[in-house]
Design a protein around this ligand. Structure first.
Ligand code: KIV
Length: 266
């Protein structure tokens, strides 16, 4: 068992202490992140972009995810490990069960699925079988070709209403955590207050229960030379990666990150 469990995350939500989450894809970074006090490590399919150099997360396979989860498990010092089920790995019930099992057996403590209301059924089936699920709403990068780009989601009132309803339905279905990506800050705060499960944000303002960033982004590393608006470079003012990771955890916990400039308006 990790030191941080679902029960810990629930009590952090209830006490108002913010949850610090960060991606890691290998043992060394998982060790450094967990030593810095990161509560949750996300083995994200963002590895397709930052490790493999693809222009989207779509090429990533479950076997690749399992390899990175196993590496992270070996370096982790007590954080809860969440792993992404990659593109089309949960298109059918059979695929969902078998691919989620692979990631859990590799060392994940929870799996993350991107989507909307249609996730209710896979979430219910996984939760009933002992696999906690984080539902990822808002900008869902696996659907970039449907969304027409990496754009803020939930700006129109109808879209916002739907996202609020989806969040509550997925909690009812058994989701253990929600992740909101690129959602107007006000909407993300409303959703966080409407559900009892922890809500983690990225580009979703400071009103969520916690924050996540891609580790390469917050260390100022980029293949394109451009960082998204919601990213802060935590290497500034630090002379080591360990220092930057510790500064990130401190800033999430003392709520100095994200600042208003890292969020989006409706
Ligand atoms: O894949 C990933 O790293 C993610 C984060 C951007 C939230 O899903």
């Amino acid at each position: 068992m990790p030191d941080i469990t679902l029960t810990t995350l629930q009590s952090l939500k209830q006490s108002g202490e913010k949850i610090a989450m960060l991606t890691s894809y290998d043992a060394t970074f998982a060790h450094a992140a967990s030593q810095a006090g990161v509560d949750v490590i996300l083995v994200g399919d963002s590895l397709g972009m930052v490790l493999q150099g693809h222009d989207s997360t779509l090429p990533v396979t479950t076997a690749e995810m399992a390899y990175h989860v196993a590496s992270v498990k070996r370096g982790n010092q007590g954080a809860l490990i969440v792993a992404d089920l990659p593109f089309m790995a949960y298109a059918t019930t059979e695929q969902t069960m078998s691919n989620a099992a692979s990631l859990m057996q590799a060392g994940a403590h929870m799996v993350k699925l991107e989507g909307a209301l249609w996730l209710a059924e896979p979430i219910r089936l996984l939760a009933e079988r002992g696999i906690p699920v984080c539902a990822h709403l808002g900008l869902t990068p696996q659907a970039v070709n449907v969304l027409g780009g990496y754009k803020v989601q939930g700006r129109q009132e109808a879209q916002a209403r739907q996202m609020r309803a989806d969040a509550m339905a997925l909690e009812q279905a058994g989701a253990a955590m929600l992740l909101l990506e690129c959602v107007p800050s006000e909407l993300a705060t409303e959703i966080t207050q409407a559900v009892n499960i922890p809500v983690i944000g990225i580009g979703a303002g400071g009103g969520t229960d916690g924050q996540v960033l891609v580790v390469h982004d917050m260390l100022g590393l980029s293949l394109t030379g451009r960082a998204p608006k919601f990213v802060k470079n935590f290497m500034v003012g630090q002379n080591s990666i360990q220092g930057a990771l510790t500064a990130y955890v401190r800033a999430v916990k003392d709520q100095s990150f994200p600042a208003a400039e890292h969020g989006f308006s409706a």
